[in-house]
Design a protein around this ligand. Structure first.
Ligand SMILES: [Ca+2]
Length: 479
């Protein structure tokens, strides 16, 4: 009887123990949660949480288990942010410096190499579930850019309004003015529409992405294959509508309900990782594509900074970034060192043995030593601040030098300066009191800062940026 019991217990345990034994420490799994318009100030651990109407205990606890950055920077809009994250390059190089307001053909050319392609070459299983926003035409979907599987929307969530707009028919106005669908596909297949992306599906899409993400982790763990799960969730881009499960849960309105939902969904991923016994061998990242939502009634929080997405203000550039890798990344670490989303690709490449392309400019730097606590310093001191295809200024250490500024993302006039504005972010985090550029105490900053810009401009002249709307096949001109 005891023998039988042990045998039964053994069989029950085996499927869980199997993957952990099969795990390859040189090929850690990667889960990358990329929120949409999720500002710096939303999470409890970043000063939000209950202040925003919903506690975020799961993500706050995650931060205690890993490294939390207070100076993690992104590009200012959805599409450029995703281009920079996935290629390790300034978005403008890829032809995606701006969201595609006027360019139906957009996204990454086949010539670009994404994190997913580099990890695929190392034997990783790859999946993207959520919002793509890097192309909606043949050859531009996630499954054309290194992902084995995709579920989600090709563009953005404003299109969830279109299903109820009788003027949107895809015929009489413009072929792209059509009711958007949620798609699924596998590598080598054309995307298949699975549901109209209407306001009902808008409530449900993140939950389904999480469900599929957990299923993917289970499948690949069982197969003993390292995996890269990219979860570009659609919240909290407008309209911010909770799923029925979370609607009314906080009593503080839809935004707070979605904040609670996001925390619970992240908890489900973490629980699944624990149940699969793969926590120690899984790099888990929680971050956002850009600064907070700006449209009523879904105004997001930029925390101590000022501004929303579509500006070059700190609220636009700084987003939450938490990375957990038990036993590797020191638990409970917090740093204000400058890191950019372009660094994620080279850093993950360093952790996994994946190759970063050598035949093109890669702007990201390997932050492995810094993430692992072997260096207190980031491998980067600054970067060029873009809004769309325009250079607005330079960020270097605790300084910003801005030659253009805009106060909001929804059409305020852009101010251009003959003499740039200097801001010390330690004494003036809201960028409200520019130093007089003639003031002796800050003038020295121009030397290291302008080196960052000069190096960038030189690289752009040596390797011209891909023009927006460039079709495939693209090949750079021979130098
Ligand atoms: Ca966004």
């Amino acid at each position: 009887m005891k023998l039988l019991r042990n045998l039964v217990l053994g069989l029950l345990v085996l499927p869980l123990a199997g993957p952990a034994l099969a795990a390859n420490p040189d090929k850690p799994n990667i889960v990358l949660v990329l929120m949409d318009n999720f500002g710096y100030g939303e999470l409890g651990v970043y000063g939000g949480g209950i202040v925003r109407g919903a506690a975020t205990p799961r993500i706050d606890a995650l931060a205690q288990q890993g490294l939390r950055l207070t100076n993690f920077n992104v590009e200012a809009q959805c599409t450029p942010s995703r281009a920079a994250l996935l290629t390790g390059r300034y978005a403008v190089r890829t032809g995606n410096g701006s969201v595609p307001i006027g360019t139906p053909l957009y996204g990454l050319t086949q010539w670009e190499t994404t994190i997913a392609e580099a990890l695929s070459a190392q034997g990783y299983a790859t999946a993207a579930y959520g919002k793509w926003h890097l192309g909606h035409t043949e050859g531009r979907f996630p499954t054309d850019q290194g992902f084995d599987e995709w579920y989600g929307i090709p563009n953005s969530t404003d299109e969830s309004f279109w299903a109820d707009d009788p003027q949107v028919d895809g015929k009489t106005v413009h072929p792209f003015a059509h009711v958007e669908q949620i798609y699924e596909s596998k590598k080598g297949q054309a995307p298949k529409a699975v549901a109209v992306y209407d306001l009902k599906q808008r409530e449900l899409i993140d939950g389904e992405a999480i469900r599929r993400g957990i299923d993917f982790m289970r499948r690949e763990s069982k197969a003993g294959k390292p995996f890269f799960l990219y979860l570009p969730l659609t919240m909290v881009h407008y309209p911010v509508l909770p799923s029925p499960e979370f609607k009314g849960k906080t009593g503080n309105g839809e935004f707070a309900d979605v904040l609670a939902q996001t925390d619970a969904y992240t908890g489900r991923l973490l629980d699944a990782i624990d149940q699969l016994g793969i926590a120690d061998n899984t790099i888990f990242i929680f971050t956002s594509d850009n600064g907070p939502e700006m449209f009523l009634p879904y105004i997001g929080s930029s925390g101590p900074w000022r501004g929303t997405y579509f500006t070059g203000l700190e609220g636009s550039l700084r987003v939450p970034f938490i990375v957990r890798w038990p036993g590797k990344v020191p638990a409970g670490a917090v740093s204000n060192e400058i890191v950019h989303q372009m660094d994620v690709f080279p850093t993950l490449a360093g952790f996994t043995g994946a190759e970063v392309p050598q035949d093109r400019v890669i702007d990201g730097v390997d932050q492995g030593e810094f993430f692992l606590g072997k260096s207190e310093k980031s491998a980067r001191e600054g970067f060029v601040v873009y809004v769309g295809n325009d250079i607005y200024g330079i960020k270097w250490r605790n300084w910003k030098i801005m030659s253009k500024e805009v106060d909001s993302g929804y059409g305020d006039p852009v101010r251009s300066y003959g003499l740039p504005k200097f801001y010390n972010l330690l004494t003036d985090p809201k960028e409200e009191h520019a130093s007089d550029p003639r003031a002796l105490e800050s003038l020295w900053v121009r030397f290291p800062a302008f080196d960052v810009l000069a190096e960038h401009m030189k690289s752009l002249s040596q390797e011209p940026a891909i023009r927006p709307g460039t079709p495939d096949p693209y090949q750079p001109a021979k130098p």
